[in-house]
Design a protein around this ligand. Sequence first.
Ligand SMILES: CC(=O)N[C@H]1[C@@H](OP(=O)(O)OP(=O)(O)OC[C@H]2O[C@@H](n3ccc(=O)[nH]c3=O)[C@H](O)[C@@H]2O)O[C@H](CO)[C@@H](O)[C@@H]1O
Ligand SMILES: C=C(OP(=O)(O)O)C(=O)O
Length: 434
Amino acid sequence: MASFEVKGGNKLNGTIVPQGAKNEALQIISAVLLTAEEVTVSNIPDILDVNLLIELLEDMGVKVSRPSRDTCIFKADAVDADYLASEAFRNKGGKLRGSVMVAGPMLARFKKAFIPKPGGDKIGRRRLDTHIIGFEKLGAQFDYHDEEGFFQLSSPRLKGTFMLLDEPSVTGTANIVMAATLAEGTTTIYNAACEPYVQQLCKMLNSMGARISGIGSNLLTIEGVTALGGTSHRMLPDMIEVGSFIGMAAMTQSEITIKGAGVEHLGVIPDKFRQLGIQLEIRGDDIYIPAQEKYEITTFLDGSVLTVYDHPWPGFTPDLLSIMLVVATQAVGSVLIHQKMFESRLFFVDKLLDMGAQIILCDPHRATVIGLGRKHKLRGITMSSPDIRAGQALLIAALSAEGTSIIQNIEQIDRGYQYIDERLRQLGAEIRRL
Ligand SMILES: CC(=O)N[C@H]1[C@@H](OP(=O)(O)OP(=O)(O)OC[C@H]2O[C@@H](n3ccc(=O)[nH]c3=O)[C@H](O)[C@@H]2O)O[C@H](CO)[C@@H](O)[C@@H]1O
Ligand SMILES: C=C(OP(=O)(O)O)C(=O)O
């Protein structure tokens, strides 16, 4: 279990380029299974989860070449569909959430799939019902193997239909869309997730010959085709990294430019940080954050305390709430952070309390932060990263704190943030991997 040692208190300065989007990468890389032709994918982040998925595809017989560090050429012309039934797949696939999205393409092209109990963050219950019920509506049968916790799916023939999803699941929508591209007839998905990740997937599928309309909305129509071909696709900048860097700049009073932030794909993210009183300027596709002595949380128009909560896109992503929470600890004013989707994502506030933050955890979903307004600094402590975003939030807290912090279990951070220590050192941070 590796750790970061962080000496806090330095003001950072400079330019940082966001990596390619992790959650987009997991969808896009799964989609290469839909064709026997070559698919070139660029701006791939070099992070644990994505590398594991690429390894998984190689184990399945997909040919992968890497002309440069961030680009892969995939060719799924000799896939061993039986590999999915193996224990090796269950073990490796079970290490990341993204492995569930191998199922849609496998069902569509090879008529069978297995979904291992997926890994990913332990942030509360994360059901797969939307995926499975969607496949079932397309004509697949499933068995749930209780003891090993995996789903076995088969589909001699997928047939398009109308479906109204129970919830706009991000990976669920991606999975059903991928299966529907090769189904007979037309599939209509209402209450579909429409995050930029899903939009990017649909655009890539269309460039492979799929016929998807309604991209960017919650009503997707997919006219099935008989085969898909090769294409090239470039991942968007990771919007969660962009948000994390905005928060980090404010919290550490740093002047930072986020270069190539993919501004048009950020939705409400910049405005949510502005609601915390953080100044930021959009300069073309860059975001400039000036060094700020103080930032003051706004109130609602009637003067009541601001609430920041998550909501399916185009609402605010749950993956940035931990960052918002930590940044609010040094703001002037108060905010209620309401994490609606996940039950166990706010428990990391214990560590912030130990660092001297003023937070009241109201219940597992809600925390009220009373900003310190820099009256005193957080103090460095030893802590363990519980999940990817809490890990990054604690790293930001440590960078702003007085003294030295040790963050353990940083595999959680490495799951989603590429070379984070190296990139932060370039901005002037004192961070060391132990
Ligand atoms: C690999 C990947 O892409 N992971 C992302 C994906 O996970 P993932 O696709 O697994 O998450 P889902 O969209 O399925 O849903 C997440 C959780 O929120 C609940 N839920 C979902 C929709 C809704 O309207 N109401 C609701 O309460 C679900 O029951 C589930 O417990 O989307 C999540 C929600 O944006 C993000 O946190 C994850 O980073
Ligand atoms: C929850 C996340 O990831 P995963 O779905 O892979 O656990 C995340 O990216 O914040």
